[in-house]
Design a protein around this ligand. Structure first.
Ligand code: SIN
Length: 315
């Protein structure tokens, strides 16, 4: 598909990368303050394409924070794993941040690793902004999936059924696992658990998204354990169908900006079979409490809501 102007007012280009999700934006410099019309146009493109990609944006941590702040309040880097020293809003995504997670052989399934950021919190971040600094010459791609099209492509009887369900999202060590390192003990000490609707109504567009973050959603409320497991596996397999996804090849200076209310994503694991380093940095924007089609909001079962980094620094 050829590039097209995204709005009448903003002068940059949007090039869609797949049928349902992902567009590359060119002709805008994110290292300087944006004009209001540019902010509006980027927000509109984000709602339409779910994840936006920008190239050759060589930003410092300060510029990354300043760019992010034009779209909302920033959270602390990560509620469990902290932040880059001296930069409370920046979370370091380094290659080996989780290399030795838990003892034992992991159970790998096709949806393993897919997640939406921090859905164990009652108010998961509404958006994430990830910038590439050290990028391998090959390998290390990230994938995103569109949870709205996933909802729409369910059969009508199943859509009606899941509309009324709620699920428990948990940030905790796998059952029976024993932590072996700082990563594991951080998770053990900062358990976060929330109940969210299985179908989330987007607060800006009213769209329904299948809110089934595979990495965090552990159980469907009210179903027998086996019923819950089988239905979750069906939904996880469904949301990660390749035709709902886009795959992004990073370069140094690339930025990905995604809407966590309508997407899940998959960090690469092929980098562990390569000797190359990989370093990215992420900011996240404070989100609202999800609402289901029946108007019921999410509830926190354990842990605190994700506050703004500014508020945390003051307290
Ligand atoms: C993330 O899950 O936010 C990181 C994705 C990546 O490392 O590509």
């Amino acid at each position: 598909m050829s590039a097209a102007r995204i709005t009448e007012e903003a002068e940059f280009q949007v090039s869609p990368l797949s049928a349902h999700i992902g567009a590359e934006i060119s002709g805008v410099d994110l290292t300087r303050p944006l004009e209001q019309k540019e902010v509006r146009a980027i927000r509109a493109a984000l709602l339409k394409w779910r994840v936006l990609f920008f190239r050759e944006q060589f930003m410092s941590h300060e510029q990354h924070v300043a760019f992010s702040a034009q779209f909302g309040e920033l959270t602390v880097g990560h509620p469990v794993f902290g932040h880059v020293e001296g930069h409370p809003q920046i979370y370091s995504i380094s290659k080996f941040r989780r290399a030795t997670r838990f003892e034992g052989q992991p159970l790998l399934r096709p949806w393993t690793g897919w997640h939406t950021d921090v859905t164990a919190a009652v108010n998961p971040p509404f958006a994430s902004i990830l910038r590439g600094v050290t990028i391998p010459p090959y390998g290390g791609d990230t994938q995103w999936t569109n949870l709205v099209i996933a909802y729409e492509k369910l059969s009508e009887p199943l859509r009606k059924f899941v509309d009324g369900l709620r699920g428990v999202h948990r940030f905790a060590p796998p059952q029976g696992a024993k932590g072996t390192d700082a990563f594991a003990s951080a998770v053990e000490q900062h358990t976060l658990v929330s109940e969210h609707p299985i179908v989330r109504v987007h607060p800006e567009t009213g769209e329904r998204a299948l809110y089934v973050s595979p990495g965090f959603l552990k159980q469907i409320v009210g179903l027998a354990p086996r019923e819950s497991q089988v239905l979750l596996e069906l939904l996880w397999e469904h949301v990660t169908r390749p035709e709902f996804t886009v795959r992004f090849k990073w370069e140094a200076g690339s930025v990905a900006f995604w809407d966590n209310r309508t997407t899940a994503h998959l960090a690469p694991t092929d980098i562990f079979d390569l000797d190359f380093d990989r370093q990215l940095y992420r900011t996240t924007l404070v989100g609202d409490v999800p609402v289901g089609p029946d108007g019921r909001t999410s509830v926190s079962l354990e842990g605190s809501p994700m506050g703004a980094a500014a508020a945390i620094a003051l307290n």
